[in-house]
Design a protein around this ligand. Sequence first.
Ligand code: ADP
Ligand code: MG
Ligand code: MG
Length: 883
Amino acid sequence: TQYVYRFGGGVSEGGSGDKNLLGGKGANLAEMSSIGLPVPPGFTISTEMCTRYYEEGQAFPDELREQVAAGIAHVEQITGKGFGDAADPLLVSVRSGARVSMPGMMDTVLNLGLNDETVKGLADTSGDPRFAWDSYRRFIQMYCDVVLGLDHDAFEEALEIAKEDKGIYLDTEMESEDWQKLVGEYMRLAEAELGHPFPQDPQDQLWGAVGAVFGSWQAERAKVYRRINDIPGDWGTAVNVQAMVFGNMGETSATGVAFTRDPATGERAYYGEWLINAQGEDVVAGIRTPQYLTTAARQRAGAKPAAMEEAMPETFVELAKVFDLLENHYRDMQDIEFTVERGKLWMLQTRSGKRAAKAALKIAVDMAGEGLITEEEAVLRVDPGALDQLLHPTLDPEAERDVIARGLPASPGAASGVVVFDADTAEHRAAMGDDVILVRVETSPEDIHGMHAAKGILTARGGMTSHAAVVARGMGRPCVSGTGSVAIDAKAKMFTAMDREIGEGDMITIDGATGEVMVGEVATIQPELAGDFGQLMVWADKSRRMRVRTNAETPADCRTAREFGAEGIGLCRTEHMFFDAARITAVRQMILAENEAGRRTALGKLLPEQRQDFTEIFTIMAGLPVTIRLLDPPLHEFLPHGEDELQEVADAVDVSIDTLRRRVSELHEFNPMLGHRGCRLGVTYPEIYEMQARAIFEAALDVAEKSGEAPIPEIMVPLVATRRELELMKAVIDRTADAVFEEKGARVDFLVGTMIELPRAALRAGEIAEQAEFFSFGTNDLTQTALGVSRDDAGRFLGTYVDQGIYPRDPFVTLDVEGVGELIALAAERGRATKPNVKLGICGEHGGDPASIAFCEQVALDYVSASPYRVPIARLAAAQAAL
Ligand code: ADP
Ligand code: MG
Ligand code: MG
């Protein structure tokens, strides 16, 4: 089997289509090399090898050793250097690369191949001993950290002491002899920790590093990242071994990272950071503050010269050409790593750049406008889930802002919350319901869970491409980074800015669009829905087949949903309307009544209230279908549960406290989810559904008359298991319709249908369809009843279930396609066999979940229904599902 794939020097044994095999980094290195870009030669060990490595108890087969030797020979031949050659040593980097990029998850070792002998060769051939010793100390430190697992603090400390002794602040002021001395110190440190000398043989170094890359795939932080991002654990990582190029060879050398468009705003302008005389991670590590790439960006930030455009104009022009070439080649915004070695440009990485939701939207719309991609591709480019960020409020520009610091606008959006200083506290307080802002000097991969739990992230160090910035943008969390004026004392749990002290638990607001940090909570405003968002939605609506409705029952929600493009209501619950303080007494009188006559009297009081509810909703939704679910919850939910409330209620309803207590205990249920609810209420007390149906018809007639546009009520009977139940309820509704239409001398069109939320109903959908003009899949209850899992009690074990791979995701968030999905498919098929035009929709939480929406398209539902803020997400997801 071929495990090693070469690239560079005119050879390219792969391309960007080989991400599964070569990982993203390896596939794109091969691709760049094959289109003639300057890529240092190297080879990729495939992800298949990673899988085999774990299958075989973490051992390297001989086959691999032979292929790696051939790979090294390839690099030696192109560079003319020898791996381990004391006179002219080849140095390599060992880099990980999974199928999808996992920022900061996997570790890279640079300058591998250096030892006490080759360092001298490097000094001679480069003519720069300082550079050689700097590279060597970097290598030892990295190798000890990444491969040997030693604590890097000791190494940092040794460097600090060396600088202090010399009376300097900057690494760049260290001289050759200083680095050489430090190397000696590092060697002693390493040997003391390891119990044996630091490995001098480059072959040992190489295999150690390869093993460490494979090992990092199973590191805790990588697992956490995979869990948050739904990345399967069996993909494995590739390893890239590549000839080093050096950005730390003096003032004509540099290293940098860049995006071909601004990843925060989407603006069509190169965006990047670079450092002269630096290597690899220096730019993102936040140790030295990087410089801007372009003059425009530097001026806008009010920073001092020099941008790369000014300091290395020729190389910059060359680099800009590469940016354009890569963007045209990949037809997407690219995230690029480059190094300049003594004036010569080298490309080290390219990939589709992560971007904030706002940027994703703008880039997709712009690129379609530029003709680089089609409108359909633009629709497919934007992650529906990420739209969430854009639909939520941003800071009100008119509101007072008590600004205490300004950092870099690293990830857009505004967030208010209480300050915490570590990831565990962030997670803990978020679990207790607090909005938290995680404040760190800089973040590291160990902070991922805290960043996920936080509403926003503020860091004192690090640029726009720092760990915090990249991860925050990926997660959709607002982030302000590199806020140098914030002095954090993590031990004392406080920070100071402009002489103000902010402690743990104090409320602050960050604005990821401007970089502002403010004390207290700042008012917000609704987002702008026109512009790029509106354009993308127009394209999405052209491609979509399914209709998108909303789950809403208040006028405010109905209005929001219409603004977001809802094409009707898929679920209007009626029970919330009964909880209103003014009405609950009548509801309780109805429940406590001894007989039908008593119930009818109480229901008579509720009728005008209920009619008013529907009139408002029908007015907002005029001309659109409105699905109203008749009363669903068990009646005891409306009765008081605490002793102290009992007397008050008894007085209000005018019954004795004993009667009330008796009724409460009579109505008590052991398992209310499966108790006296849904159509079971309608079967035992038909007058309740009769009142609701009357309210619906009277309101519909009223609105039709006033507005001239009749609403289309779709009356939905909940929790049906059998045909007969629906038959009985439909008879009540039809009878009421006839009566109302007769009284008013006018009629409206309406439909009667049912929720399919019990497995029996799904199975018997064929005969239920005889009585139903529509089915709405109530996937919350259908999931509960199909899986036998109570949603309210699942928290204790569902996490473990997902971790153990029992369910791929939380089945209450993303539809369990295999089980619940099969019931839906079956019900759709059987229902349509009886009644080909039976209308089918979904109204559970899943109606706003993109993966579940894709399934709905597969079974050809007529519509999905989502909560108001998820309506645009559903519109986009429905379009993507149809494309
Ligand atoms: P990550 O996935 O964390 O970005 P990389 O493998 O890309 O890790 O490497 C980390 C840093 O090291 C990057 O800045 C990259 O440009 C630099 N680097 C990697 N390989 C080389 C090399 N052969 N020569 C010079 N710099 C390198
Ligand atoms: Mg890294
Ligand atoms: Mg990289």
